[in-house]
Design a protein around this ligand. Structure first.
Ligand code: LLP
Length: 425
């Protein structure tokens, strides 16, 4: 049985720990706000994917946007992961980690620029997921200019509904992503005429934080049909990229079994893609691999009352973790040290930023908190630091990676000088 989170209280009296490393000590050493990740959990989740699909040739291309820390990319690279990137910046990260890993990179994104395409071509990435006819034209132009061949997949929009937050749903015709699956055959024919383009695959991504596995199966069925049609058209399509999007459970009082979820997911995909002979499967998970490996540690600055409401003001804010503000996302919040006799009370946990949307929880029953105490905001390994900003001129947090029983700093806290370095008066 794989535990859902690496964060636990080793004993009743002990502070919260990450794989046994006490978090109050880490906060003391590195300051707060602080992101803490478990290397062990990240690898366990990667291996869950690799095992679930071991019966067919596959590559798990971790979606870099979820958490792009170099140390995490290095860890995943060392364990055979490929990478899903959406920008030059993400590609540069991979190249810094291991130049050879470029061969395991898939390049997605609706707005690739000529410069980004050129860098990807020169680096020798695995495949481009092309999202429009216009991008195909640009790619044809850049490949002939550089005289470099490119393997391509069209990212198709399968028009499948997936229950998730509207901002992170992508698989409907009304969304900006991909090419309408009904037009795909025509676009592939155009692509096949280009000297330097090799149509090799089909890709799809229907959204993020999708908990039911049915929509993945439905999308994969449509993709499988397209692959068979394209083969009839004479195109040697053997690669299918099913994107990312597999959700986790953010509420600890709901049951969540990552192993069972993964099995369901693999069953749905393998069944739908069964008719494709000689299939090479690509997957682009982000959240499922890193979300539950991370927590954001923050210290309570003030506890204040306004009318009936109690506000717990922390030193972390929406610039450090924007998910609650942006998607009304829920994150469990727990005290690092459990104080004996602390009574539960409904509070709003908020940051110091000058926006009413700067909150981590509203009307949440939490054990009474006092200034100076530490809390951990859980399941923040994905889209936490990677979505952070310097709003209100706040330096971004430091990051620590726990490896076995040891913890090390993988990103130092930003300084005000870092923030001002690019500016001129
Ligand atoms: N592949 C593509 C083409 C994507 O656009 C994404 C995520 C992924 C893979 C990885 O999806 P995952 O397995 O992580 O669900 N900031 C939002 C999530 C945005 C997802 C964007 N695309 C959040 O915090 O919930």
């Amino acid at each position: 049985m794989i535990s859902t989170r690496p964060f636990a209280y080793p004993a009743t009296q002990s502070p919260l720990a990450c794989d046994g490393v006490a978090l109050d000590a880490l906060a003391k050493k590195y300051g707060t706000p602080l992101y803490v990740y478990s290397a062990n959990q990240i690898l366990t989740r990667l291996q869950l994917f690799q095992k679930a699909f071991e019966t067919i040739p596959h590559l798990v291309c971790y979606s870099v946007k979820a958490n792009s820390a170099l140390a995490i990319l290095k860890l995943l690279d060392a364990h055979g992961a490929g990478f899903d990137i959406v920008s030059c910046g993400e590609l540069e990260r991979i190249l810094r980690v291991n130049r050879k890993a470029a061969q395991r990179v898939v390049f997605s994104g609706v707005g690739k620029t000529a410069a980004e395409i050129d860098l990807a071509l020169r680096s020798g990435i695995l495949i481009f997921n092309v999202e429009s006819a216009g991008e195909l034209d640009l790619l044809a132009e850049r490949t002939s200019k550089l005289r470099k061949r490119a393997r391509i997949a069209l990212r198709v929009n399968p028009d499948v509904f997936a229950e998730t937050h509207p901002y992170i749903s992508t698989g409907l015709r009304e969304h900006k992503f991909g090419i309408d699956i009904r037009q795909a055959r025509t676009v592939y024919k155009t692509a096949a005429k280009q000297k330097y383009l090799d149509p090799a695959g089909v890709s799809v991504h229907i959204g993020s934080q999708i908990r039911s596995t049915d929509p993945f199966g439905a999308a994969a069925e449509r993709v499988a049909q397209l692959v068979l049609d394209l083969r009839k058209d004479g195109l040697p399509i053997n690669s299918v990229d099913v994107g990312g999007g597999l959700g986790i459970e953010y509420h600890s009082d709901h049951t969540f079994e990552p192993e069972a979820k993964m099995q369901q997911y693999a069953d749905a995909l393998l069944k739908a893609l069964g008719p494709i002979e000689g299939l090479q499967l690509l997957l682009e998970p982000g959240r499922f691999i890193v979300a539950q490996a991370g927590a954001l540690l923050t210290r309570v600055l003030y506890v204040k009352k306004n009318g009936e409401k109690t506000f717990v003001v922390t030193d972390a804010a929406m610039n450090d973790l924007i998910r609650p503000a942006l998607y009304q996302a829920y994150h469990d919040i727990v005290p690092v040290v459990r104080r004996k006799g602390a009574r539960k009370k409904a509070v709003d946990v908020v940051g110091p930023v000058c926006e009413t949307g700067d909150f981590f929880a509203r009307d949440r029953e939490l054990p009474e908190l006092k200034p100076g105490e530490l809390v951990a905001i859980l399941d923040t390994g994905a889209y936490g630091l990677s979505l952070s900003s310097n709003y209100n001129s706040r330096p971004r947090p430091a990051e620590v990676l726990v490896e076995g029983k040891r913890a090390r700093l993988i990103r130092r806290r930003e300084t005000i000088d870092d923030l001002l370095a690019a500016e001129k008066m």
